[in-house]
Design a protein around this ligand. Sequence first.
Ligand SMILES: [Zn+2]
Length: 302
Amino acid sequence: MKSSMHATKTGQDLTVTAFGLATSAFTATTLALLETKCGIAVYSFMCWSVIPAGALCAGFAASSGYYLGAKLFHHRPTRLMLFNTISVALSTWVVLNFLRYCWTEVNGQHISQLASFGQFMRLSITNQSIGWVGSRPDDAVGVGQFGYLIAALQVLGFAAGGFFVHWYLRAAPYCAACGKYLRRYSSTTRYTADPGQLAAMHSDLAAALHSGDSSAAVQLVSSFGEAKEKKGMHLSATLKLWKCETCPRQFFESSVRKWNGRDWKAVAGLHMRDYIGSAGPPPAAAGISAVSQPPGTSPVAH
Ligand SMILES: [Zn+2]
């Protein structure tokens, strides 16, 4: 029994890995085509010169197959999967560069006839430009040895994309008994201007979730405050619920946000996220006192 379950798990691991390999190959090919045919090196875009935004997006795209496969087969990523996800994201970077090597032409001649892959990589790292829309290989500004740092940031960006996909799947609500991801079935947000009313509702809510009564929790939130935000309402409470498709297992996330004059900011001490019935003690009084402080400017100007 145990060995057949193990075999199923390994089979799932391999299937999900195949999904990851497919999106990785697709990402590497698309990026290499965009660069060699259109002159747009999407993966080299940087934010504030240090955040490899393009590489991060490429890492996400390369690992998106893992996400799809894992959700489709209700597969919870293992440590081995983390290793697979990150190594595939990194090999996407290598394959991308190899495709660039195969497809780049200089004066009508393939670069592979003029230089080895190693020489091409050294040249393209030390002669790259920090990408911007429309930059072409011939516009590249020599960045010298600094190019290795940029390349290292890109590699990190690709790996981080894979890591985030893994982390997101690990954090997603999951029923271990049925081996299924839970499905979100409800999301309620209400607004108020009254901190006292919010604090009272919140402690009842924590108690209902702790005792496992999800319908009482939904009732508490939906009968509180107003459904639409109105002038002067600087506090909001949100309750999201997930459930298992085959057993009564449920998961919740409850958050309180406060308008600070410019943005709705989550009140840290009042965030709760757990399986219903197994929630820990209600949040500390620090969170409650944060909502009682005076609001910023009203979010809705009437
Ligand atoms: Zn279940």
